[in-house]
Design a protein around this ligand. Structure first.
Ligand code: BCO
Length: 569
């Protein structure tokens, strides 16, 4: 039982006094169109509080807004009314207790616990910019994020508290540490008890649509992850009719997005998309990924729709179950990495449910997809979703004809579309680098066919997409360089039947390590990477080589190694 706040909790029956819902004419009525640019938008007041109002007026079914479960049999079911109440309390904790102000940054590193939703919406209510991060992060990853963002606050759990404490002295901006835990810890504020005792009366800020809302860290070929900054327009985009068509969510849906809370996919799939439709967000704590638990959850709970990376569906299909016919599942969507046509077919055969593909990045959110009910072309990631105008472009930004390979570009001139990231924070050079003529260059290669369907081909740079995680090779190479055995390394993508792609490291050993057992050394190096940076980046494949291919100027030719992995010339 999580701190006693349940659907039946008596403390949450009174009507919040602050609700300022603008006049939406009825449940699910859409107010804005795909190309609208309202001056003001705030997800908390315009969407969440709208559904609260609908609940009060008896215009929404009694399904919870958030339905959270874990393996121990605990459940949390919060209505929209409770969500409004609790997120207003959270907003008061953040501003009054912690002294945070609009525009301040808050690092949000929580596993799938109900408080994740409270902090996200609490930040949106106050204009505090939240920066989700995966709980797989290690002290160094956290240090980098806190320093580069100048975060004034962090919210995390007991597991990561020691890592945060080990780097906090090097983060002068960090003033507040909030702990989500059943225990208190010195130097940390107790989030749960503060929320309990906070006032539920809060006036949501009137945010401009283009004011900043969130920052997502995203890896590139070189250097450390960049900060892709998104405005409140990112949440508004989920409201647009074209986006609503992707999954056609309705109030009665119970929607499960399996993404880690650190990724933009979770912000979309566990927060913005379902709540915009007034659906129930379903969440399982899932501290460790286990396909069996996922399958059992589909059988146990009335989940109607699901969003997850292709690797998740692949891993489910590999389990030895007599039936994967889930009783209530109607629609599945996937994104984050490439999906093979045969995998799409297999999912349909075994579950009886179609698997629709979408495409996006931390910079873009879901930018194209096969909309529910649209013809599926197996292997294609569907069509552009307005207001994004997506084209295949060459390196100068010229639009390419159908069936010609090029970069996926999203038009930003003359108008940058609502929902696309604003820029890379503190990084005008990188922001300029991805501008290509009138387009934002995603760095992903694809073709478009005569009917406007996109066909993914791969990255144009050295970034690795391992089971849906975007991994910068330099991040792994830097981690390897800290091990005494490694003289130098090159990290590239390598194909994998389950994970699509995995991280592979080519390593030149220092002479004193060359006689070591390669199997043992591989394990040691993998463990080393897992211990110094987020473990999802560790090289699942390792090859020891005597030298690395280099240009005459000494630059490692990663592309040569990658091509070899994929059997290309
Ligand atoms: O393979 P090993 O078992 O040796 O190691 C794994 C984990 O066991 C381990 N690990 C995980 N959490 C840990 C930990 N070790 C220590 N401490 C922790 N806290 O680390 C290794 C890496 O884990 P993994 O996550 O790669 O593999 P796993 O657990 O098998 O999970 C499989 C997937 C498919 C669930 C996972 O790879 C996944 O979630 N992939 C999807 C990522 C995703 O959501 N991408 C979307 C990004 S947003 C986007 O693309 C924009 C779309 C609009």
């Amino acid at each position: 039982v999580l701190w006693g706040i349940h659907m039946s909790c008596p403390g949450f029956h009174h009507a919040p006094q602050h609700l300022r819902c603008r006049s939406l004419s009825g449940a699910g009525t859409l107010r804005w169109n795909d190309y609208d640019r309202p001056e003001e938008f705030n997800f908390a007041s315009d969407v969440l509080d709208h559904w609260t109002q609908m609940e009060k007026e008896g215009k929404r079914s009694p399904n919870p807004a958030l339905w959270w479960v874990n393996d121990q049999g605990d459940e949390v079911k919060w209505s929209f009314r409770e969500m409004t109440d609790l997120t207003c309390r959270t907003a008061n904790v953040l501003t009054q207790t912690c002294g945070l102000q609009t525009g301040d940054r808050l690092a949000l590193i929580l596993p799938r616990v109900p408080e994740w939703w409270l902090v996200c919406v609490g930040c949106i209510r106050t204009g505090i910019i939240f920066m989700p991060g995966t709980t797989q992060m290690k002290a160094k990853d956290i240090l980098y994020r806190l320093q580069v963002s100048g975060a004034k606050a962090i919210v995390t759990t007991d597991t990561l508290a020691p890592e945060v404490e080990s780097v906090a002295p090097e983060c002068p901006s960090l003033k507040t540490k909030l702990l989500v835990s059943d225990h208190s810890r010195e130097g940390w504020l107790d989030f749960r008890s503060l929320v309990k005792s906070a006032s539920p009366d809060h006036i949501c800020i009137k945010s401009k649509t283009l004011d900043p809302m969130a920052i997502f860290f995203t890896s590139g070929t070189t250097g450390f992850p960049k900060m892709a900054k998104h405005s409140h327009g990112f949440a508004l985009r989920s409201y647009f009719p074209a986006c609503r068509k992707l999954m056609q969510l309705k109030m009665s849906d119970v929607f499960w997005c399996l993404s880690d809370t650190g990724w933009i996919l979770a912000a979309l799939g566990s927060l913005l998309e379902p709540w915009t439709a007034g659906s129930t967000v379903f969440a399982h704590h899932l501290p460790q990924f286990d396909p069996k638990v996922i399958i059992e959850t589909f059988f146990k709970y009335p989940i109607t729709q699901c969003l997850a990376a292709p690797s998740v569906y692949r891993m489910i299909l590999q389990q030895n179950y007599t039936s994967l016919r889930f009783p209530t599942l109607e629609h599945c969507c996937t994104g984050g990495e490439a999906l093979l046509p045969e995998e799409q077919e297999q999912w349909k055969r075994q579950t009886g449910v179609l698997l629709y593909q979408a495409y996006g990045q931390s910079e873009t959110g879901i930018s194209c997809g096969t909309l529910r009910g649209m013809k599926i072309k197996p292997g294609s990631m569907g069509k552009a979703i307005p207001p994004f105008d997506i084209q295949i472009i060459d390196d100068k930004g010229n639009i390419q004809p159908p069936n010609t390979e090029g970069n996926i570009g999203i038009r930003i001139k003359p108008t940058r579309p609502i929902g696309l990231f604003m820029y890379y924070e503190n990084n005008p050079e990188k922001t300029a680098e991805v501008e290509c003529g009138d387009f934002y260059n995603t760095g992903d290669r694809a073709t478009i066919d005569e009917e406007g369907y996109f066909w993914f081909l791969g990255r144009s740079d050295d970034v690795i997409n391992a089971s849906g995680y975007r991994v910068g090779p330099a991040e792994v190479e830097n981690a390897l360089a800290e091990h005494p055995a490694v003289a130098e390394s090159a990290v590239v993508s390598s194909p994998d039947p389950v994970r699509g792609e995995v991280v592979k490291a080519f390593i030149v050993l220092n002479p004193e390590f060359s006689s070591r057992d390669p199997g043992e050394l591989t394990k040691e190096l993998q463990q080393h990477v897992k211990s110094v940076t987020a473990p999802y980046k560790y090289p699942r494949k390792v090859e020891f080589v005597s030298e690395l291919p280099k240009t005459i100027t000494g630059k490692i030719k990663r592309s040569e190694l990658r091509k070899k992995e994929f059997g290309q010339k």
